[in-house]
Design a protein around this ligand. Sequence first.
Ligand code: C2E
Ligand code: MG
Ligand code: MG
Length: 761
Amino acid sequence: MTKISDKEILLLREIEQLQSDLAAVNRTKEVPTMQLFNSEERFALAMRGASDGLWDWDLATDEVYYSPRWKSMLGYEEGELANSLNTWTAMVHPEDKGFVLKKAQQYISGEIDSFEVEMRMSHKEGHEVFVRSRAFKVTRGSNCETVRLIGTHVDVTRQKKAELFDKRNTKILEMIAKGKPASEIYNEIALMYEERHVGLRCSMLELEGSKLLHGGAPSLPKEYCKAVHGLENGPEVGSCGTSTYTGKRILVENIATDPKWVNLKDIALPFGMRCCWSEPIKNSSGKVLGAFGMYYNHTALPSEEESNDLISAARLAGIVMEREQNQKRIRELAFTDELTRLSSRNHFYLNIENLVKKCARNQRKFGLLYIDLDDFKNVNDSLGHDAGDLLLKQVAQRLKEACREVDYIARLSGDEFAIAVYDVVDEYSASHVAQRCLELISKPVELAGRKFTPACSIGIAHYPDDGTDLQAVLKAADTALYAAKELGKNRYSFYNQELTDRAEYRFKVEQYLREAIEKQQLSLVYQPKIDINSGKIISVEALCRWDHPQLGQVSPVDFISMAEQIGMIKPLTEWVLKSACHQAMLWRKAGFSAIRMAVNISPSHFLESDFIPLIKETIQETGILPSDLELEVTEGVVQTSQENLAIFEHLKALGILLAIDDFGVGYSSFASLKHLNVDFLKIDKYFINDMLTDNKAKLLVASMIEMGHNLGHEVTAEGIEHKEQFSLLQTLGCDSAQGFFFSKPVSAKQMPTLFDRNFAE
Ligand code: C2E
Ligand code: MG
Ligand code: MG
């Protein structure tokens, strides 16, 4: 129950008297105007002198009489406001308007038998005034029709603010008790004091070393908070920088003129801040943890109430800050390995558990590397524990270098480490990281004045392939680590043996591929392309071969993609292009002049800026006519980005012929074909294979040929192995064909015997 003041009791008595007078008036059939006037007079007189405002609403006309006190309560002079309901409507808080009017309606209609509301109204100067309004109705006639509402306004702002302050205070204590994030509590503290003082804006800064860090300032502009964040404190660094430095309260009455703000006023004045008072925030033992700042948009020093609030606000913020720092320290101790500063075992478990949940939700994979130093015990035994510690620190540093920023590293115990490799795209993502770890760790290090070459073994497991929960993945990684040790240490092993074999093979291929060009292990074979109508060879496609002394023949399907990944594709393409064009020139000189040379280009290389210069260089060096050179690219490149289109245009301008290879199995072909200027579409072997047995495949081939022609392209069919396929393609109007039926890819030497042959006969 709200307590009624003496003044209110007096007022109520007056109103009661008035009500009974009015009731008496209403009981008579005719309204005696004079009598009512007198009553109102009395009422008005009663209100005068009281500190309450009066309003009188004529329900028929919506005219409202507002007493001088009603107006002055909201900052207005007599005569400043119109006598209409709109005056009130414009000044009441939009959120409160609805329920006040509803309550009035209910009261008028008799649904409720009293009217008392609290609402927020806006003061002329912009701030809110909390108003309690009570009213009674004036009725007329025998049916007691309500014609007017007469009511009072009492300013209950102070009372209301005190209530809100108490509520916020309780909420803040609750938040502290529940361990809510400090930043949320800081905001709540700021809002609590801001609600109490019109125009006040608060900030809390944390001190880290000598730097001021943003803690909370919900009402200050973001740009200002950003500018202050990271400032070094000092004897003359604004109010908060100075108060954290001196440990004393700093009151700046005028930011514009105070010497402490000389270097900072330009970031505060544009946002309207004119004064700033700062109280250092201290912990229970008196150490400065930060500062509480109060800002106003006018120059001022604090009143007694504001001054007290500044102290209590800083104290409250201090409780939160101290708790926050303690927790941070506890977390650090629990979650950081003291020696290496990597994550601790505890943190590792927590993190991986979360990672498992996240990956389960998003159906993603991650790789887990278990790393154990080889023969670490010997280091401790022979060089001492200090040397052992030094090595562990070195290893931690090297592991960080081996990982990408996103990967997660922890030290599990003694010489055991773990790495979580996020976003693994294939089985090699984790093995690449493992490989880098092996390489970096095995660099020599100086320990106790002696050169020492460390080594480690690594077990790799994948979530979810090798285990669908934390324990299972850890166990799989551990098993894999054991396998790596068994296999001779200083290496990695997958939990899945097949992956280990594949990774090993791939690793070897990578190593060998790097020297393949130099050691002249690459060669080219050529496969003719036949004009369907004349049966004559019109061009040959150069296909790369790699013959390695140990690995034997490696398929281009394997080594081309690897060359792309290890950055070998550029030298490889350069070698293929120049060798093929050189060969074409040799054939031309030998009299086979109508033969063009087709070279496959990797999409990734095709889009590089140095590709066109390479083509120009090849033409210049070998002397091949641009119109004798065909470049084959797969559909992947045929995305219609502006850069891609420009490359096509540029090559066309040079006079080179272009083909879309493996057409139909990629994507986006149709959209891209609309823009691309190419000469040939090479229908993928996939469609040709089934064309005789599957009617759909046949229809697709027929459609591709027709569409290609309509768009102005020549159409080639790849992978013809049977005469029937050839005949069908002739019937369908295909332009040229390629495949084992005519010839397998053959060496340059064998080629001339094919040049004169007619394949249509
Ligand atoms: P591609 O450009 O589509 O070449 C056609 C592939 O199909 C060749 O395989 C060829 O030997 C094979 N082929 C041709 N006719 C038939 C047939 O009737 N039946 C069957 N079963 N196969 C046929 P190859 O030489 O193994 O090359 C595979 C892929 O490797 C090529 O596909 C091309 O994408 C890539 N490639 C080869 N050499 C190079 C090169 O120098 N640079 C680049 N970037 N890629 C190359
Ligand atoms: Mg090709
Ligand atoms: Mg192809």
